[in-house]
Design a protein around this ligand. Structure first.
Ligand SMILES: CC(C)(COP(=O)(O)OP(=O)(O)OC[C@H]1O[C@@H](n2cnc3c(N)ncnc32)[C@H](O)[C@@H]1OP(=O)(O)O)[C@@H](O)C(=O)NCCC(=O)NCCS
Length: 176
């Protein structure tokens, strides 16, 4: 994919970010992509208030990818302290997936975590049911740590679960 520009998100980008993230993660629109949470969760993935909190936090940032005026990808980075970085909210427009943008966003996140937060390792979390996604993260150098994290049942800000056994597995990789 060519003619892309990358930059940090600003508050003016929140409506476009919200639309992109929801379209990638949830609902029928997300099924145009190769991996989605639509079979696991309904409801929202995020909301404008959550995105504003992220942008106001010096320990977090949202990196964005643009084709012309169109926001087509984003990734959240966060400093978890003690040399550990985190990424999440990785989203590519469903109809543009499979062309390498997701990998470029992950590589941009690695560079930013190293440069801004002195991260020496990156941790991520994902649903274990998403086997093709976990396999991709393994190809990106991530390994399961054996740790799990609970899903926040009862808080609709994180979505409406479609099953009662949701939890996250933690993956990690070193940064060179
Ligand atoms: C995850 C996501 C960001 C990937 O974006 P992308 O632009 O498709 O990523 P890339 O094109 O760089 O890479 C896609 C990889 O999936 C593989 N792939 C493509 N179609 C696939 C399919 N149907 N089944 C399995 N793997 C597939 C590609 O071969 C490629 O692997 P490679 O990098 O080893 O060659 C995108 O699918 C997305 O937005 N998903 C919805 C939100 C989400 O689930 N985010 C992650 C939550 S933790």
């Amino acid at each position: 994919m060519t003619d892309l520009t990358f930059r940090d998100a600003t508050p003016a980008d929140i409506p476009a970010l919200h639309q992109l993230i929801e379209s990638a993660y949830r609902g029928e629109a997300s099924r145009a992509g190769w991996t989605t949470e639509a079979d696991l969760l309904a409801g929202q993935r995020t909301d404008p208030e959550d995105l504003a909190d992220i942008l106001a936090d010096p320990a977090q940032a949202l990196l964005t990818a643009w084709r012309g005026e169109a926001l087509i990808g984003c990734i959240l980075i966060a400093d978890q302290g003690q040399g550990t970085g985190y990424f999440g909210m990785l989203s590519v427009s469903p109809t543009l997936q499979g062309a390498g943008l997701g990998r470029r966003l992950v590589e941009a996140a690695h560079d930013a975590l190293r440069d801004r937060f002195d991260a020496r390792r990156v941790r991520i979390s994902a649903f274990p049911q998403r086997e093709t996604l976990l396999a991709w993260y393994e190809r990106l150098g991530y390994r399961l740590t054996g740790e799990t994290l609970p899903f926040p049942y009862g808080n609709p800000r994180f979505g409406l679960p479609l099953r009662d056994d949701l939890h996250f597995v933690v993956m990690e990789r070193p940064l060179a």
